[in-house]
Ligand binder design. Structure first.
Ligand code: F6R
Length: 616
């Protein structure tokens, strides 16, 4: 959702800010704007639509030169995506410009208060009230923007990142955060504020995490952080481990295609350093003693969207390997149903961005109930790991395409590692059994590479099916979450009806959807091991085929039992059933990406979606 950049330094701020906004385009937005401080005034341009619209406005109506500026990409919440509602918002007296990410929940009351005081509001946004409140507060605090920000923030409820500049202070940018992301980039003679590090990674890799309810004041040479009461705070410094090229397309047509291709490396990187020479797992990041882990009597996974599907796979692995009961819950539902958790519950919060508000709120609730929270996260310095008891980072690198691919595979790996580690500590599995699974895991990057060899045939299939009205996905056991994930990818990218079902549920209703030539994608488990599962799904494929639907079957090499019932067959290498999602998900990602391309959609930024969902 909204992207925020603030800059103060020696360079032309406009260039830095617009480049930063471009690097954060992936977050999803529907209008954009910038403001610079020049000659004692604020020069602002903003425009509905993509950054290109703003740039063409800047071409015809250039901004003043300035080395201090702020910029924003807006994902509409209060008020439609119009020029007037785009950020920055400027106070009526022209003294302060503000950009904002999040939702100010008491904005109606504040708006009414301002209207009663004679302020005429120029937009429908919740943000604009902050600009007017700051302007009204400045005279009371000797024009100190940071102090005005602290006073105003104390009056706001909800989630917000705010960044402001003042017309008569050309060398200061002030930011504040509560529940929404904001990181500081520390440069040499220049400093940055941004929703995520990708906005300033081309300039510096030195970053500072801001805590909850903190205000930061940047000048070229200083970074001062306090809480909302003015008490000084020391932010956590960290180095970003990837460089600007990692967040570029690197020769691929889309970020999504690049990220699909990066999956073997992402999986290998996530395994790196977590297995010792004897094949034993070493997950120091769990920050739980063996005794504490042995006391756990239930695992609850909370996550949203694709991360939730990773959680569903985790349930199969955890229960099988550890014999601990595991529940998987959509984070947005979790805290509203009075869940039964206590200090013996291990809550696993899965999130690529580390900023998903639903997941954050669910984890806070879990901690309030004394549960211990382990985050599985891809974004260093983000809020979810910071507020968890422990974190296991996935090492997917920056995921720019809105549709999650490599993050999903690395979340699966992290879930397997946690499950195996718990089994190791609790003695549910013998060391040699764990070592065997770990060896299989270590071989998955090679196997994912082999699956990527099927990309062209899957793309051809998608081109052939692009006019289908709907696509169904079915699977059993861990193939079921893979089916859900395949359907989600297709919905979000191809904007078409797609649904995933547990194959055994078909006959309880969804089978009525089957019609002539309807594509049904079937995720077939390995015929080795749990062959009953395999036999059952072969029957399901036949049921589908008998009703005239077109079957696209994803099956293991050498599985010939399904061949007679497959209109199209996509092969994946042999692997243990529990690990198969790491392979079977890949052709489904390629399929959705190709389908969207065939339909002429923007693959990296699907309509209405945002990469990091920072509102509930
Ligand atoms: C789908 C997708 C979303 C995210 C969900 C959670 O492709 O990307 O469903 O998985 O919004 O996001 P994170 O993992 O950042 O919490």
């Amino acid at each position: 959702m909204c992207g925020i950049v603030g800059y103060v330094g020696e360079k032309q701020a406009l260039q830095v800010v617009v480049d930063g906004l471009r690097r954060m385009e992936y977050r999803g937005y529907d209008s954009a704007g910038v403001a610079v401080v020049a000659d004692g005034r604020l020069d602002v341009r903003k425009k509905a639509g993509k950054l290109a619209n703003l740039e063409s406005l800047l071409g015809s109506d250039p901004l003043a030169q300035s080395t201090t500026g702020i910029g924003h990409t807006r994902w509409a919440t209060h008020g439609g995506p119009t020029d007037a509602n785009a950020h920055p918002h400027v106070s009526a007296d022209g003294s302060v410009a503000v950009i904002h990410n999040g939702i100010i929940e008491n904005f109606a009351e504040l708006r009414a208060e301002l209207a009663a005081a004679g302020v005429v509001l120029a937009s429908d946004t919740d943000t604009e009230v902050v600009a007017h409140l700051l302007a009204a507060t400045l005279p009371e605090v000797g024009d100190d923007l940071a102090e005005a920000m602290r006073i105003v923030c104390r009056r706001l409820s909800g989630a917000f990142t705010l960044v402001a500049v003042r017309a008569d202070r050309p060398d200061v940018v002030v930011g504040a955060r509560r529940n929404s992301p904001l990181v500081v980039g520390r440069g040499d003679g220049e400093n940055f504020l941004a929703s995520d590090v990708s906005a300033f990674i081309a300039h510096t890799r030195h970053a500072l995490e801001l805590g909850q309810d903190q205000v930061v004041t940047l000048t070229r040479d200083s970074i001062v952080v306090t809480d909302f009461d003015g008490t000084p705070a020391t932010p956590n410094a960290y180095e970003v481990t990837w460089d600007a090229s990692a967040a570029e397309k690197g020769g691929y047509d889309t970020f999504m295609a690049k990220e699909i291709a990066e999956q073997p490396k992402a999986v290998a990187d996530t395994l790196l350093g977590r297995i010792d020479v004897d094949g034993r797992l070493a997950l120091d990041e769990m920050r739980m003693t063996d005794g504490e882990l042995r006391e756990v009597d239930k695992v609850v996974v909370i996550a949203c969207g694709t991360a939730y599907h990773a959680g569903l796979v985790a349930k199969y692995a955890l229960e099988h390997w550890t014999r601990l009961p595991c529940e998987v819950e959509l984070a947005s539902e979790f805290r509203y149903r009075d869940p039964v958790i206590d200090r013996r519950t291990l809550v696993v919060a899965i999130s690529q961005s580390g900023e998903t508000m639903d997941t954050l709120m669910a984890l806070r609730y879990a901690r309030e109930q004394d549960a211990r929270v382990l985050a599985i996260c891809n974004t260093q310095g983000s809020t979810i790991p910071r507020e968890s008891d422990a974190v296991l980072y996935t090492h997917a690198g920056p995921e720019v395409a809105v549709a999650s691919t490599k993050a999903f595979l690395t979340q699966l790996v992290a879930c397997y590692l946690v499950a195996l580690y718990v089994a190791q500590v609790r003695g549910n599995k013998f060391g040699d059994e764990i070592a065997m699974v770990v060896r299989e895991l270590a071989d998955m990057p090679r196997k994912i590479d082999l699956v990527l060899d099927t990309t062209e045939e899957v793309e051809a299939l998608a081109a052939m099916l692009q006019d289908a009205r709907s696509v169904l996905f079915i699977g059993r056991h861990v193939g079921y979450p893979v089916a859900l994930e395949g359907a989600l990818k297709l919905k979000e990218l191809a904007y078409m009806h797609a649904e995933g079902f547990a194959a055994g549920e078909l006959k309880h209703g969804p089978i009525a959807l089957l019609e002539d030539r309807l594509p049904v994608i079937v995720v077939v488990p390995s015929p080795r091991g749990r062959s009953v599962l395999h036999e059952k799904i072969v029957s399901n494929v036949q049921e589908v085929r008998a009703r005239g639907a077109r079957t696209i079957v994803i099956a293991e090499e050498g599985d010939d039992a399904v061949v007679p019932y497959a209109d199209h067959l996509v092969r994946v290498p042999e692997c243990p059933t529990l690990l198969q999602p790491l392979l079977a998900a890949v052709p489904l990602q390629v399929f959705a990406c190709a389908m969207a391309t065939a339909k002429g959609h923007d693959v990296d930024q699907p309509r209405n979606l945002a990469k990091s969902v920072t509102v509930e």
